[in-house]
Every structure is written in C-alpha cells, then in structure tokens.
Design a protein around this ligand. Structure first.
Ligand SMILES: [Ca+2]
Length: 327
C-alpha cells in the first residue's frame, strides 16, 4: 500500500510502548504528524530511564505536542521475572532521558489502568485493529500476553524495535538494548503467535540522521524542530564517541514509520528465540529454515515472526525530516 492509499484509508490505531528517550521523543512526534496512524495511547516502560520518569516524560511530550487528549498508562517497574536490577541507558539520553534540559514537570497524570491492562482492553475493544509499536523492553507486552490468553489474537500487530539479527548488539557484542532489558519478556513476545514484526539494529543502523539534517531542522519553524534540536545534543555526542559517526541512529522513528507503512522495509520470516542467561543474554537467534533438523529443537513448532532485513533509508530519513519540519 502506498502512502497516498494509506491516507485515504482509515488511519491505523497505534499504541506506543515507550521509554522516552530522545529517539522515542522523535518517534512520538513523527507518529503525531503521520496521517497513516492514530495514536490512541502511550504506555511506559523502563529502559532509557526508570518507568516513573518514562511516564513523566511521556506526559511532558504530549503537553509539548498539545495532545493531552491521548492517555498515558504506566507500565511495569520490574522485569517479567521480577528483576529489580534494571539496565538504564541514561548515559545515552541524559539523566532526565531528554538531553538534560530540566523541563518543568507535566501537569497531566497517567490513567489509573496499568499499561498491560490498557493494552488488553484496547485490543479487546478493537479486535485485530490495534498495532502496538514497542520502543523499549517488552515487559508490558509480555504481561498482556500472560494475563489474557486472547491478547495475541486480539492485537492486530506488534511492531517492535529490538534485536540484532546477524550483527553485533549495542549493549555488548551479543545483545541489543531493548531485548537485553528483559530477554524473558522478549522470548514470550516472539513465541506468542501474535503477528510480530521485529525491526532490529541491523536495519536501524542504516537509518542515520546526520549533522546536516540537524542543521536543516534547526533552521525550520516546524512544530517540533526547535524542541528536538535542543534535546539532540546529548544523543549526538554519545553517537560520536561510541560509533565515531557524525549523526545519530533513528531506531524508534524508523520503527514507527515501518508500522505506518510496512513497504518501507523488506522482511524475512522465521522463528526467533532469545537467550535469557549467560554471556550472550539477550541474543536473538532467527531460524532461517535452511536446514530441516532431525532432532526437536527449541525452535521447532514455534510460531514464526517477521524480521526486517532491509530498509529504504533515504525515504525513512526524508519522511522523518518532513514530518518534524511540518507545522
Ligand atoms: Ca526507546
């Protein structure tokens, strides 16, 4: 389906599960400017920051956008196995998760419902019609799957930013950050039988927002341009030091756009399992079906998922820029 067809059709209802996070902020703003999708809620999770701060930041971002009509449901404070020792990537996004800007606290409050409950209820309300775009560790999604046996059928699609398929991770050579954040939850999601699309860093590392793009954004009077240029400093320095590139990876915005228009990426299909312990904890292994194994393996008879293998990076960056520069 082309973008113009998508605009003519009913916008896709999406819930963004998020740990804002600088690229989360960009992704949320891109989603709010995308005619192909209607954001019906944000659910929060730890990852770039702890869950409480993720909720504060989600409410703040909706206030910046003038979209306080969108509900925020707070997610889990611990992993699916009740682990309280979480990996928090504040060294990537700043102590406050939003580039150390000391924004005033938001006026809004999260809704009473937990993230998992909100996900279950919305999926039940619009069966097959809601897409969850998961931009952090997968605890909330796994909780919804565990608590409601019908969830994986009711939910339309789960598009997740996670995994490093046949490339090194970004936490360590084995593991990508969102999967590493709760590998047990990730394994539950991948084997749930839901319609899952995984966008890994093997793809998002092709989608780079350069110094020149940022310069262009800074000269724009787009709705979100000035705000984002302020918070992007910390994210640019991290990428410069860690990867020696003059730009930043658009992990979360690329994933939002893939949910809005799947034709921006190509996919393979197979069973994905996640290593949940040891030195390769968080490793995502896709069974490519090239060998028929004689023995029963941990991949045998598990449902398949789609895994992104290529991305139309120039179009993705162009769309991010257009939407952030739009009024
Ligand atoms: Ca994120």
């Amino acid at each position: 389906m082309s973008f113009s067809d998508a605009m003519a059709a009913q916008p896709k209802k999406i819930i963004i599960d998020t740990d804002p996070g600088i690229d989360d902020a960009m992704a949320i703003f891109v989603a709010l400017q995308s005619p192909e999708v209607e954001v019906i809620g944000l659910t929060t999770i730890y990852g770039n920051v702890y869950t409480t701060l993720a909720t504060t930041n989600a409410l703040h971002l909706l206030e910046v956008a003038g979209r306080t009509d969108i509900p925020v449901a707070e997610g889990s404070h611990v992993s699916i196995t009740n682990n309280k020792k979480l990996r928090i990537a504040d060294f990537v996004h700043g102590k406050d998760g939003l580039g150390n800007q000391n924004f005033p606290p938001p006026k809004g409050k999260p809704i009473e419902q937990s993230a998992a409950k909100f996900l279950i209820e919305q999926a039940k309300l619009y069966p097959g019609k809601v897409t969850v775009v998961a931009l952090g560790p997968l605890t909330n999604i796994a909780l919804a799957i565990q608590r409601d046996p019908a969830f994986s059928k009711n939910i339309g699609q789960i598009v997740l930013l996670g995994g490093a398929f046949l490339v090194n991770g970004n936490v360590n050579p084995a593991s990508e950050a969102n999967i590493f954040g709760d590998p047990d939850a990730a394994d539950i999601v991948f084997t749930s039988g839901a319609d899952v699309v995984a966008v890994g860093i093997n793809v998002t590392h092709q989608v780079v927002f350069t110094d020149a793009d940022r310069e262009k954004l800074s000269r724009s009077d787009g709705k979100f341009a000035q705000y984002l240029c302020k918070i992007l400093d910390v994210y640019f320095s991290y990428h410069h030091d860690a990867y020696n590139i003059k730009g930043v990876y658009l992990h979360d915005p690329a994933t939002i756009l893939a949910a809005a228009d799947p034709s921006l990426m190509t996919y393979t299909e197979g069973v994905v399992r996640v290593q949940t312990s040891g030195i390769t904890k968080g490793l995502t292994i896709l069974y490519n079906k090239q060998k028929r194994f004689g023995e029963v393996t941990e991949w045998t008879d598990k449902p398949t998922v789609k895994v992104a293998v290529t991305a139309d990076a120039p179009t993705l960056v162009k769309l991010v820029m257009e939407r952030l520069m739009d009024s």
